[in-house]
Ligand binder design. Structure first.
Ligand SMILES: Cc1cc2nc3c(=O)[nH]c(=O)nc-3n(C[C@H](O)[C@H](O)[C@H](O)COP(=O)(O)OP(=O)(O)OC[C@H]3O[C@@H](n4cnc5c(N)ncnc54)[C@H](O)[C@@H]3O)c2cc1C
Length: 328
């Protein structure tokens, strides 16, 4: 679909639904990813909370009928968006935020920033998610990725997840242990829009929660998580290798390895940083280079944890690294 048709399409949808929020054409996605790379989205749209549910369903349904892809964007903390950007619509969920607290089970909307959700929970003396403190991104992205740190996964706390299914009906996906695993969630192979999560918490004094969260935030700071733009760990761990992937990369002397403006962090083998002028292709090529070195030297295949999304010029290479561009 060309830009004129896309413009007409969205103007019609917005008028029919009483859309409120932000909308921009050719929006640079570098502004919406923690790596600070990524070309333009044909159309970037961020509905406000008041219209998000009805609008989301209507938009997705009509976009599907017209063959317009929709990419769902959380905090952009696990993405490498190509320099060519993303065709079609990018639906930014950050307007759909908030936490409902009623007893032990709390409801967190998918667009809520993780740290904002945790601070609200602390204020209501609800503990249980402290281990996620300081992790960039939204609740929706964390559910999709089944975010994990300090030996705990978000799924340890999930009771149920509210989604829009492929037919754009609201659907509750109850927690089932077999659906989740290490960096695995039931949403990864589904075209679902995650709306909210019901999370189990426990009563705890606010000061104790804040103190524990502060420790995690400080630990991340000490580990250099916020020194340069990045998307956290690049490759997944694998128990069969007997050591963390970061250690394997350190032992191969890959810290500091550089392509263009992308470099392996000098202090951590499993973090790639944007040193200031990286483009997505630099990151892509560095990931491929590291993967090839590890395969040649050790005979093992690293699996990227970061997601390569959008339009990649070298499709063959991009497919090798691409973990499903979950355009709806
Ligand atoms: C400094 C730093 C440290 C990090 N540390 C960790 C860590 O310790 N552990 C860890 O697991 N990760 C870590 N990460 C990675 C990242 O923070 C997590 O993966 C986070 O959960 C991603 O959330 P997001 O909202 O940014 O998702 P995005 O990157 O925006 O999206 C990720 C995927 O989720 C999908 N998605 C997002 N929202 C929705 C929705 N509402 N409905 C359907 N699909 C959706 C997207 O389409 C995409 O496929 C780190 C990143 C950084 C930058």
């Amino acid at each position: 679909m060309n830009m004129t048709s896309l413009r007409k399409f969205i103007e019609k949808i917005n008028t029919e639904t009483g859309f409120t929020g932000d909308i921009r054409y050719a929006e640079p996605l570098a502004l919406h990813t923690t790596f600070q790379v990524g070309g333009p989205a044909d159309l970037w749209i961020r509905p406000e909370a008041a219209c998000f549910l009805d609008y989301g369903a209507f938009l997705l349904c009509h976009a599907k009928a017209e063959g317009i892809p929709v990419f769902v964007l959380g905090g952009g903390a696990n993405l490498v968006v190509s320099d060519q950007g993303i065709r079609g619509i990018v639906l930014d969920t950050s307007g759909w935020s908030g936490v409902d607290i009623a007893g032990e089970e709390v409801i967190i909307r998918s667009g809520t920033r993780i740290d904002a959700a945790l601070d609200t929970l602390a204020a209501y003396q609800r503990g249980g998610l402290e281990f996620l403190a300081g992790m960039p991104g939204s609740m929706g992205g964390a559910l999709w990725m089944n975010a994990r740190c300090y030996e705990k996964s978000l799924s340890d706390r999930v009771v149920a997840v509210d989604c829009l299914d492929r037919e754009f009906h609201q659907l509750v996906v109850p927690y089932r242990s077999e659906d989740y695993g290490y960096k695995k969630s039931p949403f990864q192979n589904q075209d679902f829009l995650i709306l909210s999560a019901k999370i189990k918490t426990s009563q705890r004094p606010e000061a104790a929660i804040q103190q524990e969260m502060e420790q995690y935030r400080l630990d991340r700071k000490r580990k250099g998580h916020y020194r340069f733009p990045s998307a956290g760990s690049v490759f997944k761990n694998n128990r069969d290798w007997g050591k963390p992937t970061g250690q394997i990369l350190d032992e191969l002397g890959l810290r500091g390895l550089r392509i263009g403006g992308a470099a392996v962090a000098p202090w951590h083998g499993n973090i790639i940083i944007n040193t200031g002028n990286a483009c997505a292709q630099d990151i892509h090529d560095l990931v491929r280079d590291i993967s090839q070195r590890v395969t040649i030297t050790l005979g093992i295949s690293l699996e990227p944890e970061i997601l390569f999304v959008g339009d990649w010029p070298d499709q063959e290479t991009a497919y090798a690294l691409h973990r499903k561009n979950d355009a709806i």
